[in-house]
Design a protein around this ligand. Sequence first.
Ligand code: ADP
Ligand code: MG
Length: 351
Amino acid sequence: MFENKDDSSTSIGSLGEFGLIDHLTKNFTIKQKSTVKGIGDDAAVISCDSKKEIVVSTDFLLEGVHFDLSYVPLKHLGYKAVVVNLSDIYAMNATPTQITVSIAVSNRFPVEALEELYAGIMAAAKIYNIDVVGGDTTSSTTGLMISVTALGTVNKGEAVYRSGAKENDLLVVTGDLGAAYMGLQVLEREKEVFKVNPNSQPDLEPYSYLVERQLKPEARKDISGLLKELEVKPTSMIDISDGLSSEIIHICKNSKVGCNLFEDKIPLDPQVISTCEEFNLDSTTIALSGGEDYELLFTIKTEDYPKIKANPHLTVIGHITDEKEGIHLISRVGTKIPLTARGWNALKNNG
Ligand code: ADP
Ligand code: MG
């Protein structure tokens, strides 16, 4: 019924993921006073009483697109499906409280497999102190699909949007970048080796941090509290699911500003550097485009710099400029390179 082979049809890939979302949703208008923020951020914000707001975010994980069960244990998958959603709640400066979990499964999966998946979901619910309050279960003819919706709360006026960055603000990132993508490269390589020689036992020890970041990511539940303690309120914030480059562009577009990102400031773990060398990949490109780090990227006022500068979790990687100056990477040798959103484009990579 939806097939349209006519020459005038537009391929989904030509719009890209963000272009497609924008195209499909641009005509929705907000009718309810309680909708504080609709489409366009890490989570929607809904006012509930005079003191609190509710944030809601949802994500889909599809077998063959977002995960490969030949090397992702189901328990890890369940854990990750929850964590990636909680990351969007933390990116609003909110605290997650509940999730719903919807799954579509084929009869290829025995009950024991789904028990494993749910053991992972339960482990995440425990660690992040949230309740699983519902969901939906249906059959699938193709593969496993998991959709998690997360809810959270934030004090009125404390939600942080993608749209609040101002000229001269500093751009700050938590943790380090690129490890999850390099973990995926290692796992993909081991899968190919295993196909040729099923008796081979991979030695993943030198890549332990990378593989853990890929298979068992964590959301930055500590940052909101840390910033409160330091008495810093970010002016804008987003989580890094698609790669640093793509997220910087989201902040800049939504805030109508430009940005200079300094290559030599991008935090990289030594395992990322050594494994990039081994795979002949450029570590900056990986940090910019790799994705799935689930770190937080935010902007702060310049005057707050002394409060964060000594903190080992936080790295200043750039500053916000006027919109007219554009969005650039300043390379190690000082050249100015325009940033492009080469982050994970699920529709292009797998279309
Ligand atoms: P994130 O990477 O933080 O999960 P997305 O890029 O998936 O964010 O989504 C950006 C915004 O678009 C969010 O507000 C999200 O709720 C909204 N969105 C994404 N897909 C759809 C859709 N199919 N219909 C309506 N809104 C959508
Ligand atoms: Mg997000």
